[in-house]
Write a protein that binds this ligand. Structure first.
Ligand SMILES: *Cc1c(COP(=O)(O)O)cnc(C)c1O
Length: 385
């Protein structure tokens, strides 16, 4: 493989303090996690509601494996679509207030599948600069003309839409941005999509479960209907604590995806037991509202403390609380120092975020206590210089 020069490329990545390595986790997700024999308070997980290791969710998973076994055996369109998949889809449709929902194996695949099923090179797609990588890749793969606007800059979006002569236009945005925790200006974007007759898609991977009275996400919080936001993507692997994703929308949309979304058609369906477990976590998500209240309470506590320390914490009401340090070496050093002090806080660097906005991405979950957050604040005070 000499001609590929991988060794020297890896070296270059390392020199820039951008080398990535994996922690080896030795137990379940939770506020405290076991890593290499060390117990760390975990401020890095997307298990926002603390459902990934919930006894009722585990029990439904275990029971379903007794009925269905483990593997789903094939793609949905062959013989992999079980009664559990089907029931979950109906429950997700009701949960999101949409006509129907379709389960995908991952959120990455859902985004690729929807965008490539709907758009081709004659069309135009408009996306926020900070949209998730899967939305960007979907746009590229579709062949549509791809226009990106500065983060949450609806004036710029409006100008781009006005200058477009394209017949079929689509706007796509994260609902809650994954590395910043801020919300899209969704009411303005809905207005722009109506004025320009563009199709609107919201990826609410970080809003589902965390926002809205029942955890329906940003669209529940803002009371936006299926007519206003025709395509909603949500993931099951974050706040819902399991694995997979879904698209929710009207019947024609869902049937089109079943016919045409290649990342739906040509892949193995997720295991039925994962769907059974998700049906339980979806109920818990809706009923146990204290989990959302807890996140709000901890976020307020954290923000107040971090600001008192003079840290740069952009506004976020969600589980995601970034501290911008703005330098990859420094971010990595602080993350390592926190690990020695007993905290797992991931250093987020380029290309996940723009150069100069390197950060610690702190995530607060319903499983954390006030004490955990106070301990983190103390450790930040000692280790950020
Ligand atoms: C995590 C995430 C995805 C991908 O979902 P997976 O199920 O992990 O593949 C898509 N969009 C956003 C905004 C995400 O945060």
């Amino acid at each position: 493989m000499e001609r590929w020069n991988l060794g020297s490329q890896l070296e270059a990545i390392n020199k820039q303090h951008l080398y990535r390595s994996r922690e080896i986790i030795e137990g379940p997700q939770g506020a405290v996690i076991s890593v290499g024999g060390q117990r760390l308070i975990n401020f890095s997980s997307n298990d926002y509601l603390g459902l990934a290791n919930h006894p009722a969710v585990r029990e439904s998973f275990r029971k379903a494996t007794e009925h269905y076994g483990v593997g789903s055996g094939s793609a949905h369109l062959i013989c992999g679509h079980s009664a559990e998949h089907h029931a979950l889809e109906e429950e997700l449709a009701e949960f999101t207030g949409r006509d129907r929902a379709l389960v995908f194996s991952t959120g990455f695949m859902a985004n690729l599948g929807v965008i490539t099923a709907l758009l081709n090179k004659n069309d135009e797609i408009f996306g926020d600069k900070l949209n998730h990588a899967s939305l960007i890749d979907g746009a590229r793969l579709s062949g549509a003309r791809f226009r990106r606007y500065l983060h949450n800059d609806s004036e710029r979006l409006s100008a781009l839409l006005e200058s477009s002569t394209c017949y079929k236009k689509m706007i796509v945005t994260d609902g809650v941005f994954s590395m910043d925790g801020d919300e899209a200006p969704i009411n303005e974007i809905v207005k722009l999509s109506e004025q320009s007759q563009s199709l609107l898609m919201v990826d609410d991977a970080h809003g589902i479960g965390v926002m809205g009275a029942k955890g329906g996400g940003l669209l529940e919080k803002q009371a936006l209907s299926q007519r206003q936001v025709p395509i909603l993507m949500g993931t099951l692997g974050k706040a819902l604590g399991t694995f997979g994703a879904f698209i929710a929308g009207n019947d024609e949309l869902i049937e089109t995806l079943i016919q045409r979304a290649r990342s739906y058609i040509y892949t193995t369906a997720p295991p039925a037991a994962v769907m059974a477990a998700t049906r339980v976590s979806l109920k818990l998500c809706q009923q146990e509202t204290w989990r959302r209240d807890k996140i709000v309470e901890l976020a307020q506590l954290f923000r107040q403390g971090a600001m008192q320390l003079g840290l740069h914490v952009p506004y976020s009401e969600t589980s995601i609380q970034p501290i911008i340090l703005g330098d990859s070496e420094r971010t990595l050093l602080v993350s390592k120092a926190l690990k020695s002090a007993g905290f797992l806080v991931t250093a987020i660097r380029a290309p996940t975020v723009a150069k100069g906005s390197e950060r610690l991405r702190i995530t607060l979950t319903a499983e954390h206590t006030i004490e955990h957050v106070n301990q983190l604040l103390l450790a930040l005070e000692k280790n950020i210089k």
